[in-house]
Structures are given as structure tokens and as C-alpha cells.
Design a protein around this ligand. Sequence first.
Ligand code: FES
Ligand code: FES
Length: 155
Amino acid sequence: MGAYILKINGVLKSVDVDPATPILWVLREHLNLQGTKYGCGVAMCGACTIHLDGNPVRACQLPVSAIGNRDITTIEGLSEQGDHPVQKAWLEHDVAQCGYCQAGQIMAAAALLRKNPNPDDAAIDAAMNGNICRCGTYLRIREAIKAAAKATVKG
Ligand code: FES
Ligand code: FES
């Protein structure tokens, strides 16, 4: 076991866990942040996407010991009121179906727009490619990302 102090959604949290524990399970089981989902467990589906210093990473394959003092953001901390431009666009475009993959999709989309505020179809596909949706919401995801980009540019 090891003691780790993690900065999660702007708040310092301390946990005492095995160093190899994936941060996904630290979030879900030790800190009760269950918005980040477990899909495949092998970095193939994107359901567990969180941000590490603003970059999208797969929480299921990231050991707690590798995080250091980098900032973790989960879907719970993406915005205070659930009103991040991506979240608003998701609602407007009614993107979710069963919803299981959607926290990961939103985190991937938010990271994309942070890096590239006006992505074209190719950039969207490249960034979102690894986020699998069994319900096939891909077209609505693409439209919602474009809407969020427009809303952000307009301010
Ligand atoms: S659960 Fe992490 S990528 Fe599928
Ligand atoms: S909305 Fe069902 S898996 Fe994506």
C-alpha cells in the first residue's frame, strides 16, 4: 500500500492504495466519483476517459503511482453546473442513448476543443476515434462537437 495525495477536480484527496491500482478504481471505489465508467479495462473503449493536466487519458490503465502532482479532472469536475459548452451541446443535440459511454465521450470532446477550438470532421474523427459507442451515437457526437465549437467561438 502507499499513501497518495491527488488533486482531483481542484481538491486535494488522500488515498492509501496499492501503487498499481488504476486511477479508475481509486476514483470509483475510494472516492465515490462514479461518473467515470469501466468499459473494457484495457484502454480500448474510452469509457474511462479523464483529463490529466487537460489531456485525455484512459483511467483504467493509469496506475495511481504514475500521476504525481498532475491535475485530474473527471466528468464531475468538468464544469461546476454541468454547463460546459460540450455538455450543453450534448443536451441540445440529444446525443446520449443508453449513456454508458457518454462521460468518456464528453471528456474526449472537451479535451479536443481545448487543443483545437474549431476542429473539422477529420480532426473530430481522429480525436474521437478511440471512444466506442455501442449505441452508435457517432453522428450526433460530431454535430454536438461542432455546435460546442461554435458556441465557444461566439463566447
Ligand atoms: S475502460 Fe478504459 S478504455 Fe475501456
Ligand atoms: S450511448 Fe450507449 S454506448 Fe454510447
